[in-house]
Write a protein that binds this ligand. Structure first.
Ligand code: PLP
Length: 351
């Protein structure tokens, strides 16, 4: 199968596995794993932050960050289809007792005006304390969309002015940086805390980094244990992270080029694709106009040998490119996808 279901499907390459096998390890919980320590140093430099904490998953990184910034009863603001709101099992409510306030966004982005309007400065005796703003970049549910630099700068400035803590769910922030052609630190540095996922397009079997001020991450390390995420000889996995930082960031541009080729090829064949939304490694396909439901379309594509998934929109499918999908496989996918979706008569135009 040409697996376009998600960039979490990447498997560690032979070279990454060799790096893992050769890793020097120690007891990470006691700060004695040299490979974890090195990844934490390198990650901080990449993200333009003082320090990082190596964690098993990006979900855990987000949840620890939210706990660090809040007290129970505080309010969390963000775009309403953000991963922290719709894909973390209610974690902000469970782990930190937060009131979750999702604001309707455009391409995964909200405006400074929306954030300002969400504050309730005149009702301090009644209203929950609005405390933290989460920004997601790239934005998963919106289709891997990127915050333009100017909009990012404005939302950060607004949050600062309002006294809000700022967390970047930058699970795919390297995709955003590569798409914009700027250093990752430019996008991640202005935030108080940042999550980076290593097991998506960066190709690691697991792992994430939570970045922030060293002093704050002392408490973060305590929470890592309290949340059950402390690890021992984790250097064996951190070695994959170091390999990824060296080899798998710049090449994200290939995934983006493959997504663009897929999107343009599908559109040329008559498959409804919103090309304006293909900014990184996601292609969103609306099968509604083809008279198909998502489940049926997914089944037909699977039958044709192409794996895709549904999205939060009932008729929109998602195809995601990643380092285990070659440009040649994209051409193969283009040969079969239009036909599988019932627009086969025009599929010849693709080749
Ligand atoms: C995948 C993802 C996460 C969670 O990552 P895990 O490492 O699978 O827990 C968080 N935020 C966003 C935006 C994601 O896409």
């Amino acid at each position: 199968m040409i697996d376009l279901r998600s960039d979490v499907k990447t498997r560690p390459s032979a070279a990454m596995r060799a790096a893992m096998a050769a890793a020097e390890v120690g007891d990470d919980h006691m700060g004695e794993d040299p490979t974890v320590n090195e990844l934490e140093r390198r990650g901080a430099a990449l993200l333009g932050q003082e320090a990082t904490l190596f964690l098993p998953s990006a979900t855990l990184a987000n949840q620890i960050a939210l706990r660090l910034h809040t007290r129970p009863g505080d309010e969390l603001l963000g775009e309403d289809t953000s991963h922290v709101f719709i894909s973390e099992q209610g974690g902000p409510a469970v782990h930190s007792g937060l009131v979750c306030r999702g604001l309707p966004g455009e391409l995964g982005r909200i405006t400074p005006e929306q954030v300002r309007a969400a504050m309730r400065p005149d009702r301090p005796h009644y209203a929950p304390r609005t405390r933290v703003l989460v920004v997601e970049n790239t934005h998963n549910s919106a289709g891997g969309t990127v915050w333009p630099l100017e909009e990012l700068r404005e939302i950060v400035e607004t949050a600062r002015e309002l006294g809000l803590a700022l967390h970047l769910d930058g699970s795919r922030v390297c995709n955003a940086a590569v798409a914009l052609g700027v250093p990752t630190a430019d996008l991640a540095g202005p935030f108080d805390t940042v999550t980076l996922c290593l097991s998506k397009g960066l190709g690691c079997p697991m792992g994430a980094l939570l970045a922030g001020p060293a002093e704050l991450l002392v408490e973060g390390r305590r929470l890592k244990h309290q949340f059950g995420g402390a690890t021992r000889q984790a250097g064996i996995v951190a070695a994959a992270g170091l390999y990824a930082l060296d080899h798998n960031i710049a090449r994200l541009a290939e995934d983006h080029a493959n997504a663009r080729r897929l999107g343009e090829g599908l559109a040329a064949a008559g498959v409804p694709v919103d090309l304006a939304r293909v900014e990184t490694n996601f292609v969103q396909i609306d099968v509604g106009p083809l008279g198909l439901g998502a489940a049926e379309a997914i089944a037909r594509l699977a039958e044709a040998g192409v794996g895709v998934t549904g999205t939060i929109h009932p008729t929109v499918l998602r195809a995601v490119t990643h380092l285990d999908v070659t440009a040649e496989q994209i051409e193969q996918a283009l040969q079969v996808m239009p036909g599988a979706l019932g627009v086969g008569a025009r599929a010849g135009a693709v080749a």
